[in-house]
Design a protein around this ligand. Structure first.
Ligand code: FES
Length: 644
C-alpha cells in the first residue's frame, strides 16, 4: 500500500504513513504532541497545524499543502463558526495524500524582558502533564448497573486511550450532576503523571485551561500564567517576598523560626499569601477564573522550597544541611490549600543539595550545560551564589556564601536597584572625577538631561551593579591597589579621596548629601567576590580544567552587571567576553518548561540525580582559593582576555 513520508517540525521526528492517515494520528504515533480537546471531533480547533511548502533536500521531501486532502466539511464548519487561517488545517480532519513537512505551533520564549544580551530564543515544545478531554458518555440503563463514574472512565478509555484511569476521590460527588447537566457530554481534566487521574470535571464542552509557573526567591516572587492549550505565557507578575519582615536574608528567617513557636506557620502563610495575591493578579489580568488553573510548578532555593511546603527548614541552617525532601514532588493543590482548582496538581522541581535548590535545578534545565560539549559555568547570584559547572559528560554544583553585598546590602550607601540608585560608574584615570548613571535618569551625569531630571529622581544610593562598577573603576584608575586598599596618598591629588577615620573613602556623588565608597565597602565586595570565585575555582579543580568555554549569569544581578567589570574584579574566571551572557530569570524559565512539557520534568529529575554536589565548606582548598581571590582581580590567576 502506498505511503508518504511526514516530517514534523520543530521536533524533527518523521515517519512513513499510509495514504489516508489523519495528520493527528501520524503525530501521535511519532510521539509529537499536538493539542486536542475534542478528541478529533472538529469542535475544539486546538489541533491546528500548517504545511511548510517546498523542497527539503536534506530530508528528501517535497512538501506541499496539496499533499493533504481538501478541507473536509468538518473543517469548513469550524472555519465558518470560529475562523481558520488560510494556511491552517485541523490535523484531526486533514488526511495525508503525499510527502509533507508539518509545522506544529510552539511557544516562542518571549518572556525574557530582563535579558540585556538576548539569549537565543528557544521554543518550548508542548507536552503537558494535564490534558483537557471532551468525553461523550453512554446514558445509564437498567440492564447495565455500572455507575456513572465508571461509565465515564470507560468512555475516557475508549475515546482517549487512557487505560486504567481513576477519578480523584473528592470529584466523585460531582460526576452525576455534571453528566446530567451536560447531556452526557462532559469535559474532564486528566492528570497523566504515572496513572491517569480525572482531577476536574465540567458539563459540556470546555476549552480553557491555565497553568502557573512560580519562582519563589528570598527577595522577590515571580508568577507566570500560561495558557496550557497554546503554551503561551499570557500574564506575569512579581512581588516582594513578605517574609522579609521576618528577616532580610535566609538565615535570619531560619533563626526567627527557631526562636518563635509560631514562626513556621507565619513564614509559610506569608509566602503562600503572596503567591495567592499573584494568582489573583495574573488571572485577573486576562479575566480567567482561578478554577481554570489546573497546574502549578514551583522553584525556589531549599529554604523557600521548604517554607512554601510548610516544612521546617531548620536542618538546613547547619551541617550536614539535610533537606527534608530533595526529590521532585507532585500532589493535589488542595493539600496545601493553594487557590487554584482544588483538583489541580502542584509540581515542585527537585533540590540539588542543602544549599543548591530547585531554582538552580530549573536554571540548569533552562540553560542546558548538560546538553552540550562546551564547559559551561552557570552562576546565579543572590545572597548565596549557586554555581553549576560542566557539560554533557559531567556536571557539578556548589553554593558559595557571598552574602548580600552584591545586592547592595552591607554597603554603606547601598540600596536595592530602584529609581535613584547609581547603576553605572566611570572614573577618569587622570582627574579621578566620576561620571555616573542613575536608575530613572536616562543620561550620564555630565549630560544636560541628567541635570534636568535629577531634582525629580534624586540620587539616593548605589545598587549592586553600581558598586561593582565603582570598585572596578576605582581599581582601574589606581584609586585602589590590587590588595583592595584605597590609596590615601591620592588625597593630595584629588578632593574626591577623603579620610574617614584611619582609612579613606572615594566620594562618588556630591549633592545635598555625599555618597561615598568606603574602605569597608571595598572589603565587603572583596569578601563576596572571593567567596564566589573560590567556589567556581573549586568546581574547576574537581573537573580538572583551567578555563571555561562559556559563562551564563542568571538572575536579576546577572542581567544588570557588566561582564567586563565582573572580570576586572575577578568575580568570574577569565573567559572570552563575547561568551559571557546574562540569561535572566533562568530558574523561572525552567519552571515554565516543566509546566508546558512533562518531558522536562523527567529530564530535570534525571539531571539532578547525576549532578555531583560539592560542599564548599568541607573542601580544604576553598580557603586557599578564597585568600587568592581577595586580591583584585586575583593573586595567582591571570585574566589574559581582559587585555585583549
Ligand atoms: Fe479538536 Fe481537531 S482535535 S478540532
Amino acid at each position: 500500500k502506498a505511503d508518504a513520508l511526514v516530517l514534523f517540525m520543530p521536533s524533527g521526528r518523521r515517519g512513513r504513513f499510509p495514504i489516508g492517515t489523519p495528520v493527528l494520528d501520524a503525530a501521535r504515533q511519532l510521539g509529537v504532541y499536538v493539542e486536542s480537546v475534542c478528541g478529533g471531533r472538529g469542535i475544539c480547533g486546538r489541533c491546528q497545524v500548517s504545511v511548510a511548502e517546498g523542497v527539503f533536500a536534506k530530508h528528501q521531501i517535497t512538501s506541499s499543502a496539496d499533499h493533504l486532502t481538501a478541507r473536509s466539511q468538518t473543517e469548513e464548519r469550524y472555519a465558518r463558526l470560529r475562523g481558520l487561517a488560510a494556511d491552517r488545517r485541523l490535523s484531526c480532519s486533514a488526511l495525508i495524500t503525499g510527502d509533507l513537512v508539518i509545522d506544529v505551533p510552539v511557544e516562542a520564549q518571549t518572556n525574557r524582558a530582563l535579558v540585556r544580551k538576548r539569549a537565543e530564543a528557544r521554543p518550548i515544545e508542548r507536552d503537558p502533564a494535564m490534558r483537557l478531554c471532551y468525553v461523550e458518555v453512554d446514558e445509564p440503563d437498567m440492564e447495565q448497573p455500572l455507575g456513572d463514574a465508571d461509565r465515564l472512565v470507560r468512555a475516557l478509555e475508549a475515546q482517549w486511550g487512557f487505560a486504567g484511569a481513576s477519578i480523584d476521590f473528592p470529584l466523585l460527588a460531582r460526576v452525576q450532576d455534571c453528566l446530567r447537566r451536560g447531556g452526557w457530554k462532559v469535559t474532564v481534566a486528566v492528570h497523566t503523571h504515572t496513572r491517569p487521574t480525572v482531577v476536574a470535571i465540567w458539563p459540556g464542552f470546555r476549552d480553557t485551561m491555565y497553568g502557573i509557573a512560580v519562582d519563589i526567591g528570598s527577595t522577590t516572587i515571580a508568577c507566570h500564567l500560561c495558557d496550557m492549550l497554546t503554551g503561551r505565557t499570557v500574564a506575569s507578575a512579581g512581588t516582594a517576598n513578605p517574609q522579609i519582615r521576618f528577616g532580610e536574608d535566609l538565615m535570619s528567617r531560619v533563626s526567627y523560626l527557631m526562636m518563635n513557636p509560631d514562626g513556621l506557620p507565619a513564614l509559610t502563610a506569608a509566602v503562600r499569601g503572596a503567591i495567592e495575591g499573584l494568582i489573583d493578579k495574573v488571572t485577573g489580568d486576562v479575566g480567567a477564573d482561578r478554577a481554570d488553573v489546573l497546574e502549578a510548578v514551583f522553584v525556589g532555593n531549599p529554604i523557600m522550597h521548604h517554607l512554601f511546603l510548610g516544612i521546617d527548614p531548620r536542618e538546613l541552617g547547619g551541617a550536614p544541611f539535610a533537606l527534608a525532601v530533595s526529590g521532585a514532588l507532585t500532589f493535589p493543590a488542595r493539600d496545601i490549600g493553594l487557590g487554584i482548582n482544588p483538583g489541580g496538581r502542584v509540581y515542585t522541581l527537585p533540590c540539588i543539595a542543602g544549599h543548591v535548590g530547585a531554582d538552580a535545578a530549573g536554571a540548569t534545565l533552562a540553560e542546558g550545560p548538560h546538553r552540550g560539549e562546551e564547559i559551561t559555568l552557570l552562576v546565579d547570584v543572590g545572597t548565596n551564589a549557586e554555581i553549576v559547572l560542566g557539560n554533557r559528560d559531567r556536571i557539578l554544583a556548589a553554593s558559595s556564601p557571598t552574602g548580600p553585598a552584591f545586592e547592595g546590602a552591607e554597603i554603606s550607601c547601598g540600596q536595592r536597584a530602584a529609581p535613584g540608585a547609581i547603576e553605572r560608574v566611570r572614573i577618569d584615570p587622570q582627574t579621578l572625577e566620576p561620571r555616573i548613571r542613575v536608575i530613572g535618569i536616562d543620561a550620564w551625569s555630565d549630560e544636560a538631561e541628567f541635570a534636568e531630571r535629577i531634582d525629580q529622581v534624586g540620587v539616593t544610593g548605589i545598587c549592586g551593579s553600581g558598586i561593582i562598577e565603582a570598585i572596578a573603576e576605582m581599581y582601574l584608575s589606581g584609586i585602589i591597589t590590587s590588595e583592595g586598599v584605597i590609596d590615601g596618598a591620592l588625597a593630595a591629588r584629588s578632593e574626591r579621596i577623603v579620610a574617614t577615620g584611619r582609612t579613606f573613602a572615594y566620594v562618588l556623588w556630591r549633592g545635598t548629601h555625599e555618597l561615598k565608597v568606603t574602605q569597608n565597602d571595598v572589603r565587603a565586595i572583596q569578601l563576596a567576590k572571593a567567596a564566589l570565585y573560590a567556589g567556581v575555582k573549586l568546581l574547576m579543580d574537581k573537573l580538572g580544567i583551567a578555563a571555561v568555554d562559556r559563562i551564563k549569569l542568571a538572575g536579576a544581578f546577572g542581567s544588570f552587571i557588566d561582564p567586563k567589570y565582573a572580570m576586572v574584579l575577578g568575580l568570574i574566571p577569565d573567559c572570552d567576553l563575547a561568551r559571557v551572557v546574562a540569561v535572566g530569570n533562568a530558574a523561572g524559565t525552567g519552571a515554565r518548561m516543566c509546566l508546558i512539557n512533562k518531558g522536562y520534568r523527567a529530564e530535570v529529575e534525571k539531571l539532578v540525580a547525576r549532578i555531583e554536589k560539592i560542599e564548599t565548606a568541607l573542601e580544604p582548598r576553598f580557603q586557599e582559593h578564597f585568600v587568592n581571590a581577595m586580591a583584585l582581580p586575583n593573586k595567582v590567576d591571570a585574566f589574559p582576555r581582559l587585555s585583549e
